[in-house]
Structures are given as structure tokens and as C-alpha cells.
Write a protein that binds this ligand. Sequence first.
Ligand SMILES: [Zn+2]
Length: 69
Amino acid sequence: MARDPVCGKEIDEAAVRAVTGQTAYGAPEVDPTKGTRRFHEGVWYYFDTLDCRSKFLASPDTYIKKAAS
Ligand SMILES: [Zn+2]
């Protein structure tokens, strides 16, 4: 299980990665309501909502430090 660095909620990585379909151009499409993830400085971070991801992206260092402690 991964942990959302913003709210601390446990995230099911498999659900986040589950592909729900394909875009018109053949790119995999995922359902953002099931969570999302972001690659940041060599690590994947998982979020339960786009809201949490936005907070993380606004100030990643704040949340990375909090998650590590
Ligand atoms: Zn969250």
C-alpha cells in the first residue's frame, strides 16, 4: 500500500493504475476519481484525489518531509 503524502490515507496502487479505457489516440486512460499518482524526483507519489495532488504539487517538499518523518 502506498500512502497519500497529503492526507495520509492509504492508497491501493493497483486501483490507481487500473486502466478504464483508451483515449482516441490509444493512450491508456485511468479514472482520476479512483486516485492518481505523480512521478516526482524519482519516486511515485499516490493521491486519493486530484485535490490532494494539487496541494502536493504546490509545495512538494513540505509533504515529502512530513511523509518521511
Ligand atoms: Zn488525500
